[in-house]
Design a protein around this ligand. Structure first.
Ligand code: 3PG
Length: 218
């Protein structure tokens, strides 16, 4: 069986090390892409995860790469190899999946952009672990056991790190990040749809800055 390259591991570690908070972005209107990206970057965010849940996801990744070359821009909610390829083609610098399939784990080994596979069980982790993956998204974090589960994972998997996502909020992000096996946390609380629709970009900058400040980072 082939194994994940050291280069991919270092790339994912660099992404997760760039910023402790990962905004999960779903674009409903292409006109929102650049102002939203700017609002987050001005608030101190350095990683942008754009989901492919809407038809505007791929275009948004392309736009964000051009507009904000200083931050990491990747694709989220990637569920198949075809989407993985499409995201790479528009410049995604990392790929996040909500769960794992053997196909996606294999594809990630030789792809250009590194993969952060989503897991919620030890068995899924073992599938990825056997192929050399050591960084995972833990999703859906709150319903899959939250902080207690992450503490339990550190026993059998002492060399594995996580980016928990799903149900995490500004008030709980710090509790997750206090765990040694958590490198970053993700969530949609940084991109509230009501503020996006209202064009309240200053409000989004404030939310990002306040969320980072709550962690003592900004
Ligand atoms: C994700 O794709 O990571 C989640 O939808 C984010 O979950 P949240 O809305 O609970 O933050």
């Amino acid at each position: 069986m082939s194994r994940l390259s050291t280069q991919h591991r270092h790339q994912i570690q660099s992404v997760l090390g760039a910023c402790p908070l990962v905004p999960v972005i779903s674009i409903q209107d292409p006109d929102h892409v650049v102002p939203l990206g700017r609002a987050l970057v001005e608030g101190g965010i350095r990683i942008l995860e754009v989901t492919l849940r809407t038809e505007h996801g791929l275009g948004a990744i392309h736009q964000l790469r051009r507009a904000f070359p200083e931050v990491w821009v990747g694709a989220g909610t990637v569920v198949g190899a075809n989407q993985y390829r499409q995201a790479e083609a528009v410049g995604a610098q990392f790929i996040i999946t909500p769960g794992v399939t053997a196909e996606l784990l294999e594809f990630g080994l030789t792809a250009h952009a590194p993969l952060l596979p989503g897991v919620s069980t030890t068995s899924e982790m073992m599938m990825g672990y056997a192929m050399g993956y050591r960084e995972f998204k833990f999703f859906p974090a709150e319903v899959a056991g939250g902080i207690a589960a992450l503490k339990a994972f550190s026993g059998p998997f002492p060399d594995v790190s996580f980016c928990p996502t799903g149900g995490i909020r500004q008030e709980t992000a710090g509790d997750y990040l206090a765990l040694p096996n958590v490198k970053a946390v993700g969530g949609t609380w940084l991109t509230p749809q009501d503020r996006i629709e209202a064009g309240d970009w200053a409000g989004i900058t404030e939310l990002a800055a306040a969320s980072l400040k709550g962690l003592g980072q900004f």
